[in-house]
Design a protein around this ligand. Structure first.
Ligand code: 3HC
Length: 690
């Protein structure tokens, strides 16, 4: 065996040169891998004892892509194109032996081999779109030549990898290897040597492009089909244009188009934001004062208190991954309603073909309904999801303290209340934590994990790992009103309300936020959540527009009207009554309504969030600025191509942010706009968040 670089070994076994890559954790195409591949192929071509080449990886996976950490530091020779060209032009057959994931540049490497074999559990894909990019090493030209245009469009614009079985069906892999992959790949290479004949490079194939040449309209049809999902993103469209180039241009021209578009994306703000976010998401799981080897509490059974929208959604997360759940309600009727909603959700998913009927039954079988809190005695984790009332929560936690087994984690799904106060009613505050799910809880990826003053490290570690198990992204935050997400939302909602009073119609405010990239604006969000959260008909004094709307039974989408009017299909239209109410309240408050620009609307909604985020960092409520961004992208639909509020602030320039906050402070005369000290100091030093 010869070590070519610190990451690649060369060994001839049974007449086949095996290049073994070893670059943990994911065998990314770092410089040492590229150099080793280049040297390895050259060596094998010159080596009379080698008649074919196998590329195989150590560790848990084949190559998972280019080394993203190198994107910002600039590329060191050899470039990936040079390496892949050498492979493509090899006179000896090259076989990629794939296990784990072959992603991005990894799949492009495999596509530059003459053959691909894989284990049954392998997954193959081009996820560059998730990094704001397109495959820049020939993937856009080679993939459609192998799997066809429609499949390539799907894979590249969604970034979702396909499994080995589908890869075999589409021709992306040539064989699924049972047993040892390395041996299987060597045996496959021998078969190809024995068969002889000319080696076909993927670049020379174009039979699978013909259909798109005959029906070029399929591209626009596809564009329309993904328009809603990809609104605001540049990369999906750029990926499509590259596939169009594969269809309309010769291979080498197509490669030039790919390189040009790749560079355009790479130098733009979206790719920077999305790559930043890739690492932000992974950072969020790391808690400096909770070491990796902290013991975890095994979670085999979960209890959920409350079967409303939140409780039901939370329970679904558990059963989706096979964890049994007991749901406790106060009344039989409410319990039945809650369980009915869960079943209906699953039946709808089955109708769309995403799960089987057996899955519906299997998941429902994992749920036990109960009216008795003592049925939670054997649960390892109990999540309270009743309405936001401190007295009710304290009562539940007092009772849980007497019921739950020692060591069980007692969690509250509160979205704003003080976890320390809740923990204080128990004799085991170290076991109490906040697990703030976002609605709909079975869909939204974020889990805000709220650590109380006394929450133990084991409990924190367990909850952070558990989040992964139920396929959530966890962000650890500290106790304050509204934690990170809602605390920052409050200031945005407050400004949206002020803007409406000053004369900006709610639907215009919403449109500005929607155009910025949010899935919906502030008023649409209120209508969806319900205007009556925290409202009480008996004590209502009609003190503001929201209360007046509730009194008129305009309580949001559920009552067919709120800040908007809704037709029978829930299509919203601006409601004249709402603007009249704002005019009435403005007059009462002595505010003269005026024309307000989109720019002002956006700044007044976003800048206070940045300022509040800075305060959150100042107070140590969030560990790092990027955690705040993860909260916003996964919990509130902040467009990932803008990175999150703190990344966005960096891209604006913190000095500019401070300047604008001060300008609004001057013009409004309100301390609401006072930039916080942390932000001012950071901006003064020319610094950035993170
Ligand atoms: N480059 C550098 N580091 C990478 C990396 C990459 N391509 N992919 C993963 N890592 C790092 C992660 O940052 C993480 O580091 P950490 O432990 O210090 O936080 C570590 O590898 C493990 O990653 P995950 O925590 O994500 O591990 P999982 O097992 O959950 O997932 C994975 C593994 C599916 C490979 C996932 O990491 C992933 O999706 N990686 C990115 C794949 C990708 O986007 N590839 C395309 C890259 S762009 C490209 O190839 C351009 C080309 O066209 C020219």
């Amino acid at each position: 065996m010869v070590q070519l670089t610190s990451m690649v070994d060369y060994e001839v076994e049974d007449g086949v040169a095996v290049l073994t890559l070893d670059n943990p954790p994911v065998n990314a195409l770092s410089q040492g891998v590229r150099q080793g591949l280049k040297e390895g192929v050259a060596r094998a071509l010159a080596d009379d004892t080698a008649r074919a080449i196998v590329i195989h990886c150590k560790g848990g996976t084949f190559i998972a892509g280019a080394d993203i950490t190198e994107f910002s530091s600039g590329l060191v020779e050899p470039g990936l194109h040079e390496v892949l060209d050498a492979m493509d032009n090899s006179a000896k057959p090259i076989v990629a032996a794939i296990h784990g994931t072959a992603l991005g540049g990894g799949l492009e490497t495999a596509l530059s081999c003459h053959f691909r074999v894989a284990v049954a559990s392998a997954r193959l894909g081009l996820p560059e779109v998730n990094l704001g990019l397109l495959p820049g090493a020939g993937g856009t030209q080679r993939l459609p030549r192998v799997v066809g245009v429609e499949k390539a469009l799907q894979m590249m614009t969604s970034g979702v990898p396909i499994g080995a079985a589908e890869a075999l069906d589409t021709g992306l892999v040539d064989r699924i290897v049972e047993g040892d992959l390395r041996e299987g790949a060597i045996a496959f290479a021998h078969e190809k040597i024995d068969q002889g004949g000319k080696l076909t490079r993927i670049r020379d194939r174009d039979d699978k492009l013909q259909e798109a040449r005959d029906h070029p309209e399929l591209f626009d049809r596809f564009r329309q089909s993904i328009a809603r999902k990809t609104r605001g993103f540049l990369a999906p469209e750029y990926n499509i244009r590259c596939i169009e180039a594969a269809v309309t241009q010769p291979f080498d021209e197509g490669m030039k188009t790919e390189s040009k578009l790749f560079m355009e994306l790479m130098s733009g703000p979206q790719a920077a934001a999305q790559q930043y976010f890739f690492f932000a998401e992974r950072q969020a799981g790391k808690v400096p004062d909770v070491p990796r080897d902290t013991a975890e509490i095994p979670i085999a059974k979960v209890g959920v208190i409350g079967s409303g929208t939140m409780g039901g959604g939370i329970a679904m997360n558990m059963v989706n991954v096979g964890i049994p759940v007991t749901i406790v309600e106060v009344k039989q009727e409410a319990l039945e309603r809650g369980l009915g909603v869960i079943r209906k959700n699953y039946e709808n998913t089955a109708r769309k073909g995403r799960i089987s009927d057996a899955d519906v039954t299997g998941r429902m079988d994992l749920i036990t309904g109960s009216l008795d809190l003592t049925d939670l005695a054997d649960c390892d984790l109990i999540i309270e999801a009743v309405f936001e009332d401190m007295a009710v929560k304290k009562d539940i936690f007092t009772r849980l303290d007497a019921i739950a087994k020692p060591g069980a984690i007692l969690a509250s799904n509160t979205s704003a209340l003080d976890i320390n106060e809740i923990a204080g009613v128990t004799g085991r505050p170290e076991s109490v934590i906040g697990l703030h799910f976002f609605s709909p809880a079975n869909v939204m990826k974020l889990l805000e994990v709220v650590r109380g003053d006394k929450t133990s490290k084991e409990v924190i570690k367990t909850c952070m790992s558990f989040a992964k198990r139920i396929r959530k992204v966890a962000v650890l935050v500290g106790v304050c009103h509204g934690f990170v997400g809602n605390r920052m939302l409050f200031v945005r909602q407050f400004q949206a309300e002020q803007l409406a009073l000053e004369g900006a119609p709610p639907h215009r405010i919403d449109k500005v936020l929607y155009d910025f990239g949010f899935p919906m604006g502030a008023f649409q969000m209120s209508d969806l959540a319900g205007l009556d959260i925290g409202w009480n008909a008996k004590t209502s004094k009609g003190a503001n527009v929201r209360e007046r709307l509730c009194e008129m039974d305009r309580r949001g989408q559920k009552t067919g009207a709120g800040f908007y009017d809704y037709d029978e299909n829930r299509t919203p239209s601006p409601a004249p009554i709402v603007q009249e109410l704002y005019a009435e309240f403005a007059a009462k408050a002595g505010i003269t309504q005026r024309e307000i620009s989109d720019e002002e609307i956006l700044e007044r909604c976003i800048l206070p969030m940045i300022n509040e985020g800075a305060r959150i960092l100042e107070e140590g409520i969030a560990i790092r600025a990027s955690d705040i961004d993860v909260v916003y992208v996964y919990g509130y639909g902040w467009p990932v191509y803008r990175g999150g509020p703190m990344h966005y602030a960096n891209s604006l320039g913190l000095d500019k942010v401070v300047e604008k906050l001060r300008a609004y402070q001057r013009s409004s005369g309100s301390d609401f706009w006072q930039p916080c000290k942390y932000l001012v100091d950071l901006a003064g030093k020319g610094g950035r968040f993170g």
